[in-house]
Every structure is written in C-alpha cells, then in structure tokens.
Write a protein that binds this ligand. Structure first.
Ligand code: PMV
Length: 339
C-alpha cells in the first residue's frame, strides 16, 4: 500500500564556506576528501514547495518562476527519486522554488535550494527526518547543502569509512555565538552563471591540479586553527586563515586543466582592496573569501563594517553590498506561505 502523500514548504539559507569542500573520494555516496566549515547566512533564503500528485505523469520543476533547465532539473528529480524510494511513494511531484538572491553565481543557491528541497520533499512524502538525516539527504543534491540544514557555524566532517557512516554535518556554534561578525556580501556586476557543475569541476581539479595534494596536506592544521578561532571569536586569528584557505581553493581551481576561473576583474579588485586595507591598518581588519562564483564575501567585525563597506562600494563593478550575520538553518513553513 503506498503511503499517504501530501505537500510541504521549507525554507533554507545559503552558507559561505570558510574551509571549502572541493573534491569527492566517493562520488556516488558524496563523500569528500576533506572536512569543510561554513557560516550559515541570515536573510537570504530559498523557499521550496513540493506537492506529490498522483495525477501527474512526470515531475514538474519550476525555479524562480521558470521551468528548470535540464541540468538542475535532473538533479532535483534524482533527489525526489531518492525520497520516493525512502518513503515508498510512487507519485510524481510539482516542485516550485524561489530564491531571494541571485542564482548560481557564488551565493550558494545550490546549497539553500537542495536543503529546502530535501526538507519539503521528505516531509511531503510523509517522512519525519531528524536534522542529521535531512542533512545526509540534502548532500545528494549538492554537497554543501548538508551544512545549510544547520544554523550558525557548521562543520561537515569528511569521515574515513568507505560506507560514509562517519561523514556528516553538525553545528560547531549556534547563530548567536558571534553576533559582531559580519559577512559583507559583495555582489559584482556581470557575474556569469556557472558553466560547469561544481561536482564536475572538482573532479577535474582532483584529476589535473598539481596543487591539490599539497592543499589536502595543509588542511588538517588549518581546519583545527579555524575551529579554535571560531570558538574563541578571535577575528585576528580567523581572518588570515580564511584568506589563506580561499587562496588555496583559488590556486587549485586555476591550476586545473582546463582552468577554472570564477572571478571577474571586479572580484579581483575586491580581493586586492581587502589586502590593502589590512596592510594599511597593520592588522587583519577584514577577510575575503569566495566560493565557485564571482561574488566576494568580506568578513569584518561590526566596529569596522561601515568604513570597509564604504571602500568596497567604491570598487568599479560592485553592484550591491549586503551585510549579513550568521543565521538559522532550514525549517518548515506553514502552508499558506508556499513558494
Ligand atoms: O555543493 P556544491 O556541489 O555546489 O559545491 C560547493 C563547493 C564550494 O561552494 C566551492 C565550497 C563549499 O564548501 O561550499
């Protein structure tokens, strides 16, 4: 007997990686080579509604008001299939998802989108998963989505076991842990949409970048230092480490064959300006980082935010700057407020 099916809406935030997940030791199980750490962002949200409907012949997937393109559609349908198999549900689904921020350009819409989809699809299918189970499910849509289930500062432990039993995300510190830490999200004009899916891009890096082995060797020490700096709310220690990590990520991307280049000239100017601000002050006032996209995240302490923000705003090609804090994780939204 098929289980009763229904509808659900979930909201989920993007996250910005302080230590990047980049490279899978097992692609089918989505098991990474290295642990990663992120901050979940407040205010930015994906809102996703899933309705299982026995009258449908096929899944219908709408992203930001338009039918999903084949690549994202396939990834959504795969996650739905996984949920159907877990729940014993046969019905096809109608999926509507909206972001309140730009899609696929370094603001991690895949993380928020798949975290919201995992929540909405599993709940609509009658499953009542724990956060850890939801996180494991979201990972199959996009690796970084496993961290967006949780709020605050989050670590996805790579684990060692071949079956992935010891790989999973969990909170390091709650959203209110470090209220004076701000992420100035610097949106640049003309940021291209991603050409290569991250999973394909990172596979290419693992295969071809001569710098990848060195990156992995340096990570345990950096991970531990970043955990400690977050725990102690120590910006002076954290900021140089965040930039070192971002530079390491960019190095393996740029030495990938063919090269992966996510930045625009404006993004590069933002990185240079942050280095200049720190050099002028003689202390780490700010830290830049970026994911696989052109927008740059600049961390600052609240007392320095106005000054840094004004200077970032003067960079040619900077479109918009948002000031975000650590926020809460994915959650269900009551029916009247569907996507
Ligand atoms: O989760 P994916 O497949 O979109 O890959 C994300 C990879 C980075 O954003 C670059 C790093 C990270 O840890 O979020």
């Amino acid at each position: 007997m098929p289980r009763p099916v229904g509808a659900a809406t979930f909201e989920a935030p993007p996250n910005i990686a302080l230590v990047k997940y980049w490279g899978l030791r097992d692609r089918a199980r989505v098991l990474p080579y290295n642990s990663s750490i992120s901050m979940t962002l407040d205010r930015l949200r994906s809102r996703t509604t899933v309705v299982f409907d026995p009258r449908l012949d096929d899944d219908v997937v709408q992203l930001n008001g338009d039918p999903a393109r084949p690549g994202p559609r396939t990834a959504v349908v795969r996650l739905l299939d996984r949920v159907r198999a877990m729940a014993g549900v046969a019905a096809r689904a109608r999926v509507r998802s909206r972001n309140n921020f730009p899609t696929a350009s370094g603001l991690a819409s895949s993380a928020s989108g798949f975290a919201a989809l995992a929540g909405a699809a599993s709940f609509a299918a009658g499953l009542r998963l724990s956060s850890a189970e939801l996180s494991r499910l979201a990972r199959f849509g996009s690796g970084s989505a496993c961290r967006s289930i949780f709020g605050g500062f989050v670590e996805w432990r790579a684990g060692r076991r071949p079956d992935g039993g010891d790989s999973g995300a969990a909170p390091l510190a709650p959203p209110g842990h470090w209220p004076t830490l701000l992420d100035l999200v610097v949106q640049v004009r003309g940021a291209p949409e991603k050409e290569v899916r991250s999973q394909d891009a990172m596979e290419r890096t693992v295969r071809t970048s001569p710098a990848y082995g060195r990156r992995l060797a340096a990570l345990p020490r950096r991970l531990e230092a970043i955990r400690r700096a977050i725990r102690r709310r120590d910006a002076r220690s954290l900021f140089p480490l965040v930039m070192e990590e971002c530079d390491s990520f960019r190095e393996v991307c740029e030495t990938t064959v063919p090269k992966l280049d996510y930045l625009t000239p404006a993004s590069r100017q933002v990185l240079a300006l942050v280095r200049r601000i720190n050099a002028e002050a003689g202390r780490p006032v700010a830290a830049y980082t970026h994911d696989a996209g052109a927008h740059v995240h600049v961390f600052v302490e609240a007392r320095d935010a106005r000054r840094v923000r004004r200077r970032l705003g003067e960079v040619d090609g900077v479109d918009r700057i948002r000031s975000l804090r650590a926020g809460s994780g994915a959650h269900r939204v009551r029916a009247a407020r569907s996507a």
